[in-house]
Design a protein around this ligand. Structure first.
Ligand SMILES: Cc1cc2nc3c(=O)[nH]c(=O)nc-3n(C[C@H](O)[C@H](O)[C@H](O)COP(=O)(O)OP(=O)(O)OC[C@H]3O[C@@H](n4cnc5c(N)ncnc54)[C@H](O)[C@@H]3O)c2cc1C
Length: 159
């Protein structure tokens, strides 16, 4: 097979498609059906005095705070299944604030900036897809996405 890019054409026996949450629409025209959906998480950053100085997981609230330095902290949370490219849902940020506010002092919640949404590639069982036997010349690399630690080394030979 051959892969053509702006850098030219590359011939190989196997191609690994590693486009994360954007995998399905890319390989579907080739007849490859992959059970990967975008599990989207939202985040923003806020000025913070007395906020956690280390990455902190508010487990029950499903919110994670990451110190950014210079008096700011990034607050992230939520999980929604939606198209990978859809803009951030404005309802998500107030929901994260409502969950985290009772546990954190010294945060200026109204001064949030850098709102962002990112797409985790999610498989039904959370396991990576390596390789993908539906088509002999395509492999699909989608790592573990939801438990905070990668399990890229877990290979599945049959799906
Ligand atoms: C908010 C959030 C928090 C997370 N927290 C953690 C965590 O704590 N621990 C953890 O292990 N994981 C975490 N993840 C998940 C982790 O980020 C993903 O599992 C990982 O980035 C997936 O890697 P990937 O290389 O498969 O896909 P990605 O990193 O998504 O890379 C895919 C790349 O393919 C590109 N692409 C897409 N379509 C095309 C195309 N047609 N042509 C060319 N390029 C294309 C994209 O632009 C992108 O750069 C988190 C994800 C999010 C969104």
């Amino acid at each position: 097979m051959a892969v053509t890019s702006s850098g030219g054409q590359l011939r190989a026996d196997v191609a690994v498609v590693a486009t994360g949450a954007w995998l399905d629409p890319l390989v579907r025209p080739f007849g490859v059906r992959v059970p990967v959906r975008a599990g989207r998480g939202s985040s923003f950053s806020v000025p913070a005095e007395g906020a956690p100085t280390r990455p902190t997981c508010l487990a029950a609230q499903k919110v994670v705070c990451t110190p950014l330095g210079e008096g700011r902290v990034r607050v992230a949370g939520m999980m929604e299944l939606a198209p990978a490219d859809r803009p951030v849902d404005p309802r998500r940020i107030p929901a994260i604030i409502a969950a985290a506010r009772p546990l954190l002092r010294g945060i200026d919640w109204e001064a949030g900036t850098d709102t962002w949404v990112g797409a985790r590639p999610c498989t039904p069982d959370g396991l990576p897809l390596i390789p993908l036997p539906a088509c002999s010349c395509f492999g699909s690399a989608v790592p573990e996405t939801r438990r905070g630690a990668r399990r890229d080394n877990v290979e599945r030979s049959h799906r």
